[in-house]
Design a protein around this ligand. Structure first.
Ligand code: PMP
Length: 399
């Protein structure tokens, strides 16, 4: 089959990695420890591989009560989703989780999507239209950009976390349409927080809406874990919150929190909601149980997470490993070329450390990097191991 040059170059890269024995993706996990911080993989089979590639930020995976939440839901409603939420797939568990999420973020209403990606696509493709302008950060998650493009709106990109550039774009775009600014609360590519104080000042001044994707921050940042906007004291200035249960809440499913009219509109018109299934009962049961743990233990787990993340950032820097502008529990090590990044990730897993290599298009061309997700389950020894192995790999893998 023939493909375009750009697509052929994807296949060329994969083939090159396979030939050089440095293919770094899809490690097959064959066994997991009591937390997801330790696994065994099919490749080499050593125990343990210490995982800094997960988004189990609060260390909730493996908690028996979360597993019981999933099991009880299966017992009650079966394993499948059994149809779109509008026609039979909506259970009392889904109804409860909508209420929990809305209450958690202090919003009138919430809606559940099968994934966080679909939540972003659904909300943007519905909220924006051809007369509108969506302003996205250059490091926003791909699902935000997809939703913005699907909406038919004009999409303008401002320089990463640069409110000055956003202000310039807002000044240059008036007219009858809506303007919608969309950012990751905590950027998955650099680990820094969106400049939400400045951004919400600007959106207020220019009468624009602001949507914040709290995928990496829900549960993990802010008072009671209400996310980056809360952490920065501007939660009440955000119009729409999106996120996922696939990270700190150790399940799957996406959500949108907003006012009643927008949620009602999404419920009755968003293709990414209506034309697919909702999260299955087991996922909803696990998420509800994870929220219950957050209420009891969230503060202590968040404090531990913040301490461990600070220690990792400080220790990497002290070891001469350059890190991006990370200020929270996502810590990224810029590498640059894709092949060197692949070799380093592969070498790390062979030595017992799993990190997430990020390649274009998830990051800009020339900007391949390693992403480390810290969790409250990591020990000081895990941090020592990560710092030592990464410093060694950078020293030994030629640029
Ligand atoms: N937003 C951001 C910022 C993400 O990093 C991700 C997942 N990588 C998503 C949305 C999508 O979430 P999900 O995995 O639930 O589709």
């Amino acid at each position: 089959m023939d493909f375009s040059p750009a697509l052929n170059s994807v296949l060329d890269t994969v083939e090159r990695w396979r030939k050089a024995d440095c293919y770094p993706l899809f490690p097959v996990v064959t066994e997991a420890g009591p937390t997801r911080a330790r696994v065994r993989t099919a490749d080499g089979g050593q125990w343990p591989v210490t995982v800094f590639a997960s988004a189990d930020y609060l260390g909730l995976s493996g908690l028996p009560c979360v597993g019981r939440g999933a099991a009880a839901a299966v017992e009650r409603f079966g394993t499948g989703a059994y149809g779109a939420q509008s026609v039979g797939g909506f259970t009392t568990l889904h109804e409860s989780l909508e209420a929990v999420v809305a209450d958690y973020f202090g919003r009138p209403a919430a809606l559940l999507f099968p994934t966080g990606m679909q939540a972003n696509i659904g909300v943007l493709a519905t909220l924006a239209g051809p007369r509108d302008t969506v302003l996205v950060d250059s490091l926003d998650h791909g699902s935000i950009v997809m939703g913005a493009r699907l909406s038919g709106a004009r999409v303008l990109t401002f320089r990463h976390n640069d409110p000055g550039h956003l202000a310039e774009l807002l000044r240059g775009t008036g007219g009858p349409g809506r303007r919608i600014v969309v950012v990751d609360g905590l950027f998955s590519a650099d680990g820094d927080l969106a400049a939400l104080r400045e951004i919400t000042e600007l959106t207020t001044e220019h009468g624009a809406l602001v949507v914040v994707d709290e995928a990496h921050s829900a549960g993990a940042l802010g008072e009671r874990g209400r996310g980056a906007a809360d952490h920065l004291g501007v939660l009440d200035r955000v119009d729409v919150i999106t996120g996922t249960f696939s990270k700190a809440l150790v399940s799957t499913g996406g959500f949108v929190c907003a006012d009643e009219r927008l949620v009602d509109l999404l419920r009755h018109s968003a293709g990414a909601y209506l034309m697919t299934l909702g999260p299955p009962p087991a996922a909803v049961g696990a998420t509800l149980a994870a929220f219950a743990v957050l209420r009891e233990e969230g503060d202590e787990r968040r404090a531990r997470l913040a301490r461990t993340a600070r220690s990792l950032r400080e220790r990497l820097t002290a070891a001469g490993v350059g890190i991006a502008a990370s200020t929270a529990h996502v810590v990224t090590v810029p590498i640059g070329p894709v092949d060197r990044t692949a070799r380093i990730a592969r070498r790390l897993i062979a030595h017992g450390l799993m990190v997430a290599p990020l390649f274009p298009p998830a990051v800009p061309i020339g900007g391949a990097r390693l992403r480390l997700g810290v969790t409250a389950a990591h020990t000081p020894e895990d941090v020592d191991l990560a710092v030592r192995l990464i410093a060694d790999a950078l020293a030994e893998e030629p640029a």
